[in-house]
Design a protein around this ligand. Sequence first.
Ligand SMILES: CC(C)(COP(=O)(O)OP(=O)(O)OC[C@H]1O[C@@H](n2cnc3c(N)ncnc32)[C@H](O)[C@@H]1OP(=O)(O)O)[C@@H](O)C(=O)NCCC(=O)NCCS
Length: 149
Amino acid sequence: MLIRRAKKEDYPVFAAIEAEHPGYPAWGVKGFEAEEKNRNSVILTAEIDGRAAGFINFWVLRPEVQLNTLAVGRGFLRQGAASALLGKMYEYAAKSACRQIDLEVNENNAGAIALYLAGGFEVVGKRPKFYNNTDAALLLRKALSSKDI
Ligand SMILES: CC(C)(COP(=O)(O)OP(=O)(O)OC[C@H]1O[C@@H](n2cnc3c(N)ncnc32)[C@H](O)[C@@H]1OP(=O)(O)O)[C@@H](O)C(=O)NCCC(=O)NCCS
């Protein structure tokens, strides 16, 4: 697996991956393009067998990193792509002297919550009716230590 910076040509693939997960907030090609204007924003992709299998976007807002979106194509699930993308984000965080990662996740997204808890995130808060005015968001935080990098 290769983790690399995303390119414009990857965005349609990312949009197709988003479409494979109904209910997950989709950015679409335009949303990824818009991130290019934000100099704190990083988009990475996990390549498996030469194909973009998943993506992550985060903002480096020293002293913290905000994880905005992370998804993996259905054909590539449970192969460690999300974990590898998170691992590379931790490297970016450390290089930028960030020591904390924050994210929001739908309280009903059991798979993602399992991924984050396995990765050392902790629940630090809850926002009721955050998604479509119905589902709550859990606020998760991970304090980075030298063993994460
Ligand atoms: C959540 C998501 C990103 C996980 O991607 P992935 O590449 O399959 O995750 P990994 O292979 O790195 O999983 C690592 C570990 O996380 C946990 N995990 C991941 N997905 C899980 C699931 N659906 N159910 C339970 N545990 C899960 C497991 O502990 C897993 O280890 P294991 O496979 O050895 O059991 C993927 O399911 C996805 O794209 N979902 C839709 C978008 C989404 O919800 N994104 C989260 C944004 S907040």
